[in-house]
Each structure stands twice: as structure tokens, then as C-alpha cells.
Design a protein around this ligand. Structure first.
Ligand code: FPP
Length: 252
């Protein structure tokens, strides 16, 4: 599902004229439950509508020429939700893979699933492997889907990997620098996000990409995720383009 119309084209033109597009956009997709609640619908319907917003975000990223898009679909903390909600989210993942896998590959999207996949069901792992396998040779846009993801876990796993390499004599502690650490994270191969978007107005980072967002520009929008469309992504990008990124330097 995409938004249509002149307004959208005009926004895209403004983005194109506005300067550099973020190479990497990361999104905390929040507000599915509230969207459903406002309509007297079960939470699951919010997630289902949220899946359509995932498609719009991918379309918008492709239109703008974003090279990496990371979406927080299921956090490690989400495992404590009611089993029926977890099951519904896992079914949605499989449905998304079945419906969109081939089209994503045709549009040049490479999908990578980042997170602790040991906790996923066998069916979910099959879906993940199937979409990663089908899209692995694409390189127009890398779509990182964070599923069963927690940033502290990711940092600990990277630390263990590097410690193991030191014990094996492959590396010395003095060799560990920002580049080798970043290369041991799930997001290896993607640059740090330039822009982090959070929907539904919450001012939190919720254990998402804690290492990687050190210098990201943050955009919080009150829009609930199921209502998020290409226009919201373009508006966030326009705001990003107006920001002065200083990376800690004095610039005047
Ligand atoms: C947060 O809303 C959203 C989630 C926990 C799930 C995100 C899932 C999707 C967008 C759909 C499936 C995605 C893919 C990639 C197939 P919430 O439930 O915490 O909302 P609330 O804070 O309003 O309760």
C-alpha cells in the first residue's frame, strides 16, 4: 500500500532539492496497540495495519534513495506480551515474507533479520531464512528487520565474540577499536543511522541500537505507526536536512 498524489510528489521534490538524504534511517515503530484501541479493535489489528506501514516505509526509502533502513519490529522485551499477541506477530512476519519476498527482491531490497533468532519458532526461522536467502544478492536498499532484538544483548554478544577471538590469539585487547566493535554487532555492514524516527510521541530509545545511534538525529512524531506513510518519512527527512550535524565539534 502506498500513498498517492501531488502532495507526495511535491514533498519528494523538496527532499531531492533539500540536500543529502540520510544513508541510514532507523525507526522505532510504536503505537499499533493505541491505534487499535482508538477504534475498538483487538491489538492484533493494529499490528496488521502496521505491516502496511512497513511497506510504505520501504517504498518511501526506495524513492528517496536511502541505502539502509532498520525497523524495530519485535524487541526482546516483547517476549513478555500475552502468548496470543506474540503468536499473531509471528504469523504476521510469515505472512509478510510470503507476500513481499519476491517483490522486495525485484525492487533491489536485501532483507537481514537482526536479533536473537534462537528464541524464534521453527516456522519463524524458516521465514527469516527464506527472505534472507531470496534477497541476499540485492543492494539497492538493505532492510534490517530487528526481531527478538535488544541492544544490550547485541553489545554483550559482540563483546563475547571479541573476547573469544582474544582467547584464540586472533586479536589482542589493544586491537579492539570502534571499527572492530561495530563489525561484531548484528548491524555489521550498515553505517550508523543518520536519522532515528520514533512514532507515537514517546521520548525513549527502548534498548534500540544504543551503540549505533551515538550521533543520530532524532525525530519523534505523534503519528501512530499504522498511520505512518511516505509523507511522514519525507517530512522527517526534510527536518533532518535542516539540522546542523556537529558530531561534537564547534562549527561557528
Ligand atoms: C509497537 O506497538 C509495535 C510492535 C511491538 C510490533 C511492530 C510490528 C509491526 C509493525 C507489524 C509486523 C512487522 C513486520 C516486519 C512484518 P505497540 O503494540 O507497543 O503499541 P502501543 O504502545 O500503542 O500499545
Amino acid at each position: 500500500m502506498t500513498e498517492a498524489g501531488d502532495g507526495l510528489d511535491r514533498l519528494l521534490e523538496q527532499v531531492e532539492a533539500g540536500g543529502e538524504v540520510p544513508r541510514h534511517v532507523a525507526i522505532i515503530m510504536d503505537g499499533n496497540g493505541r491505534w487499535a484501541h482508538e477504534r475498538g479493535l483487538p491489538r492484533f489489528m493494529g499490528h496488521r495495519e502496521g505491516m502496511k506501514a512497513v511497506r510504505r516505509a520501504v517504498t518511501g526509502a526506495l524513492e528517496m534513495g536511502v541505502r539502509h533502513l532498520t525497523l524495530y519490529a519485535f524487541s526482546k522485551e516483547n517476549w513478555s506480551r500475552p502468548p496470543e499477541e506474540i503468536a499473531a506477530l509471528m504469523r504476521l512476519l510469515s505472512e509478510y515474507v510470503e507476500r513481499d519476498r519476491d517483490e522486495l527482491a525485484e525492487r533491489g531490497v536485501r532483507v537481514r533479520v537482526i536479533g536473537d533468532r534462537k528464541r524464534l519458532s521453527a516456522a519463524a526461522v524458516r521465514s527469516v531464512e527464506s527472505i534472507e536467502g531470496t534477497t541476499e544478492r540485492q543492494d539497492t536498499l538493505v532492510l534490517n528487520l530487528a526481531i527478538s532484538y535488544g541492544s544490550r544483548d547485541e553489545i554483550l554478544a559482540a563483546t563475547r565474540t571479541l573476547a573469544d577471538r582474544c582467547v584464540a590469539g586472533d586479536l589482542t585487547p589493544g586491537d579492539i577499536d570502534e571499527a572492530s566493535f561495530a563489525a561484531a554487532l548484528y548491524t555489521a555492514g550498515s553505517p550508523d543511522p543518520d536519522l532515528l524516527i520514533r512514532t507515537s510521541g514517546e521520548m525513549r530509545v527502548s534498548n534500540f541500537l544504543l551503540w549505533q545511534i551515538a550521533y543520530s538525529e532524532i525525530h519523534v512524531t505523534p503519528v501512530l505507526w499504522p498511520d505512518f506513510g511516505e509523507s511522514d518519512l519525507y517530512e522527517a527527512t526534510l527536518e533532518y536536512q535542516r539540522r546542523e550535524r556537529r558530531f561534537g565539534r564547534v562549527t561557528r
